[in-house]
Design a protein around this ligand. Structure first.
Ligand SMILES: C/C(=C\Cc1cc(O)c2ccccc2c1O)CCC[C@H](C)CCC[C@H](C)CCCC(C)C
Ligand code: SAM
Length: 235
């Protein structure tokens, strides 16, 4: 259940891919990642006036979506440990999303720099698979979420269906890695498939969430099970 790759390597991967990250997500998912992210924010149940946190925010796609949901009376924090992706997020924010104010924080999700019970809704996109200690990460989310709050966690998922499983592997090996190779980030994108091999299934994620203290935990497979959203909350 734990990722064996040292944190510093993971952080370096994301610092290196920062210049190509957004364009590759759009091209390689044929724009679909925008839909998956919108579904995730909907599942987080963020609403006007809420205080929300986007963990592993990267260049800010989910953070900006949360900001739109909470409106000018809400408050949003975006947190990540890659300074390069955070810089991209800040630049995009100045151009496109001046309101409401978003606070950008450079920190590790395994030690959230927040008091208990602060957030109405939390999102995390494509972060959980990369953290060293998944149970601890969910315990931290549980600690900072208000009673009644919800977290929605989007990530890749290995489909149960053999055809979609084979398609996903083929797509990652034969389209994603070669395109990334052309942009000089081959190893970084080859990491996606290998990291998926150690990532808990939806059912296992639900079990880990229950052990972390969540009374409600459901995993929703999306895009034929190639992606999934874990929705967790209390009460
Ligand atoms: C936004 C997406 C992925 C983010 C992401 C997550 C990681 O862990 C990485 C690790 C290392 C390098 C990059 C990333 C990274 O970008 C999701 C979309 C991008 C994917 C590269 C495309 C995946 C496609 C699906 C397997 C199949 C989609 C088929 C559909 C018909 C388009
Ligand atoms: C694939 S990106 C996802 C970015 C964004 N959420 C999105 O969906 O486009 C994964 C992000 O998780 C961050 N990350 C991974 N492990 C982390 C950790 N332990 N603490 C903070 N950020 C982490 C990386 O720096 C990277 O920005």
């Amino acid at each position: 259940m734990t990722n064996e790759i040292p944190d510093i390597f993971i952080r370096d991967i994301f610092n290196r891919i920062a210049p190509v990250y957004d364009q590759l997500n759009d091209r390689l998912s044929l724009g679909q990642h925008r839909i998956w992210k919108e579904m995730t924010v909907k599942w987080s149940a963020a609403k006007p006036g809420d205080t929300c946190l986007d963990l592993c925010c990267g260049s800010g796609d989910l953070t900006f979506r949360l900001a739109r949901y909470v409106g000018v009376n809400g408050k949003v924090y975006g947190m990540d440990f890659s300074c390069n992706l955070l810089e991209t997020a800040k630049q995009r924010c100045q151009i496109y999303y001046p309101q409401p104010a978003i606070d950008w924080i450079e920190a590790d999700v395994l030690n959230l720099p927040f008091d208990n019970n602060q957030f109405d809704a939390i999102t995390m996109g494509y972060g959980l698979r990369n953290v060293k200690d998944i149970p601890r990460s969910l315990q931290e989310i549980h600690r900072v979420l208000k009673p009644g709050g919800k977290a929605a966690i989007l990530d890749f998922h290995r489909p149960d269906n053999g055809i979609f499983r084979a398609f996903q592997k083929w797509y990652l090996d034969n389209l994603v890695v070669p395109l990334a190779t052309n942009l000089g980030v081959k190893e970084e994108y080859a990491y996606i498939s290998s990291s998926l091999d150690h990532f808990p299934t939806g059912r296992q994620q639900v079990e880990i969430a229950r052990q972390a203290g969540f009374t409600n935990a459901t995993h929703y497979p999306i895009s034929n099970g190639m992606m999934g959203v874990l929705v967790i909350g209390n009460g």
